[in-house]
Write a protein that binds this ligand. Structure first.
Ligand SMILES: [Zn+2]
Length: 554
């Protein structure tokens, strides 16, 4: 039998009938009185196209000839002949392998050799990651759980503890310590949440047996499968990678509201570089984001375990703020990287994997900015038929077109759900209600959303741009179009004059903008349209830090 991580040899046809393997690592198992060999490590040599000799089943061979040997698993001794459950019952037996010098007398199964045919096993592994306790409650009842990841010399696996097991084991299990664990159930790993190498995951209830073991140093503290940053463009979006890099700059922490859960999330963006010459934006999430400017100051080397790769803005990374992110990890590669950085790596050429300011409402750092003249000068908007260009700069709002009839907004559908999401334009019926063609509903009210043109200027040029609701609200310091419309139509609240006041106040203000530049066709005539994608107030302390980072990176 192949260990599941080797299934691809069969899927790709590398292992077919009559193929010759050189086996370097395997385990023996007895299942229902049949001897089974689980192949852990091997090399495919060749395929003579026919069978060699006339082999017979090992089960018919004399018992003494069955031996096990596992040369690449350190400090294990082969146990000959018998097995601890030998000849007992139909129950599958545990593999026969002992860890020399272990205080535990239990046979240890390497994580890579766990399989569905075994229902009794003990693994000896280091806890590399432990979650907080999560509580759930639904129609079926309520409960609690936590999960952790454990690593042995073969690979890592995720384990989840439920209900009473949480009270019993949560405090006992400490990150970085080594335990013998048994009494769990295996199931296929849920790849959506599970980033461990094993294709299984374990669930433990209160009957789990867990003992603390001494740390003899044979199990690594963390397993990294490091990916050079410059190769991230070949990684599929959604995949997880281990990255080791120097933190070149730290953005400002901010809070966003998750569209999925409606909960507030803290985030902070780091710019990471390594000696492959690559540079990538990596967002840290959670409580740790708020302290990120202090924690990641001074260009430390940081290891990100299982950071998620996204194609949002070229390639960007998303890292949990948990203990998968380690500052100055004790790794030989970290020393190498620190030396590289200090001996001029900070001055070398850079391959930027993330395009600044694309899509996201992210703050464009000083070294990612151009000027308004670049929109025309670089022919932006023409580079691709489907993809817009993005450009960031600091500029002044020089004119706002506020004289649109009825106000600088449009009436939008009241439906906050898909497909309208308060964005679709509605038309007023003769009875005064508003009709939406998209969701085909009429509502007594509508929701006003800003839309207007303006000019912005910097030292290089002036450009017409379109403002939409999200960005205009920031320009007007939080004033909603719906509220301004009420003022606009009500003389008692100031009417037109008060309305104009908001536009006058916003004129000649400075902002850091990111604009989307796209070619559009109107009656077969191509026009390049520039719209405001994000708008950030000019904070001079932040500007200073951003410039300093740009100088340091030169
Ligand atoms: Zn609608």
């Amino acid at each position: 039998m192949l260990a599941t991580q080797n299934n691809h040899y069969v899927e790709t046809g590398a292992i077919a009938n009559n193929v010759i393997l050189q086996v370097s690592d395997y385990m023996k198992n007895v299942v229902q009185n049949k001897t089974l060999i689980i192949l852990l490590g091997f090399q495919v040599l060749n395929n003579p196209g026919q069978s060699i000799g006339s082999p017979s089943s090992i089960d018919n061979a004399p018992a003494a000839s069955a031996t096990t040997h596992a040369p690449t698993v350190p400090k294990t001794e082969p146990v000959r002949g018998s097995n601890p459950y030998g000849g007992m019952s139909q129950a599958p037996a545990a593999p026969i392998m002992r860890t020399a010098g272990s205080s535990s007398s239990k046979p240890i199964t390497p994580i890579a050799a766990l399989n569905m045919y075994q229902n009794r096993w003990t693994i000896k592994a280091r806890v590399t990651n432990k979650s907080d306790i999560r509580h759930w409650s639904n129609a079926k009842g309520e409960g609690q759980l936590f999960s952790m990841e454990v690593l042995d010399s073969t690979m890592d696996i995720r384990a989840t503890f439920f209900k009473e097991a949480v009270d019993k084991f949560y405090n006992m299990l400490e990150v970085d310590k080594i335990y013998c664990l048994s009494g769990g159930r295996l199931k296929a790993a849920n790849m959506q949440y599970n980033t461990c190498k094993s294709s299984f995951e374990i669930t433990f209830d209160q009957n789990a047996e867990i003992t603390l073991e001494s740390d003899t140093g044979e199990i690594k503290h963390q397993s990294y499968d490091l990916k050079p940053i410059s190769e991230l463009d070949s990684v599929e979006p959604g995949a997880h990678v281990d990255i080791l890099g120097v933190v070149k700059s730290v953005g400002e922490p901010s809070t966003i509201v998750s569209k999925k859960s409606g909960k507030e999330l803290q985030k902070c963006e780091l710019t990471i570089g390594d000696d492959s010459g690559g540079e990538v934006a990596c967002t840290i999430w959670g409580d740790r984001a708020m302290g990120a400017p202090q924690e990641f100051a001074g260009t430390p080397v940081v290891a990100f375990r299982r950071a998620r790769v996204s194609d949002f803005g070229g390639r960007t990374l998303s890292a949990s703020g948990g203990n998968g992110t380690v500052v100055n990890p004790k790794l030989p590669e970290a020393d190498r990287l620190r030396n590289w950085w200090q001996s001029g790596g900070n001055q070398g050429a850079v391959k930027k994997m993330s395009t600044g300011g694309m899509g996201a409402n992210r703050f464009p750092e000083f070294d990612q900015r151009k000027n308004i003249a670049a929109i025309k000068g670089e022919g932006m908007g023409h580079s691709s038929e489907s993809k817009p260009d993005y450009v960031s700069f600091k500029a002044t709002v020089s004119f706002i077109k506020s004289d649109k009839e009825g106000g600088a907004w449009y009436p939008a559908c009241m439906n906050p759900e898909d497909p309208c999401k308060n964005r679709c334009k509605v038309t007023q019926n003769t009875d005064g209600t508003f009709h939406c063609d998209r969701c085909n509903q009429s509502n007594p009210d509508c929701l006003y959303r800003y839309i207007f043109s303006a000019t912005i200027s910097d030292g290089s040029a002036t450009s017409w741009v379109s403002f939409f609701d999200d960005q205009a609200r920031i320009l007007f310091e939080g004033m909603e179009a719906n509220d301004l419309q009420k003022i606009y139509v009500d003389e008692a609240q100031g009417g037109m004059e008060a309305y104009q006041g908001f536009f006058s106040k916003a004129q000649f203000t400075d902002w850091v903008f990111t604009c989307k530049v796209k070619q559009e066709f109107h009656q077969d005539e191509a026009r390049v349209k520039t719209s405001i994608q994000s708008i950030h107030p000019v904070d001079y302390a932040k500007e200073g830090r951003s410039m300093l980072n740009a100088i340091l990176a030169m």
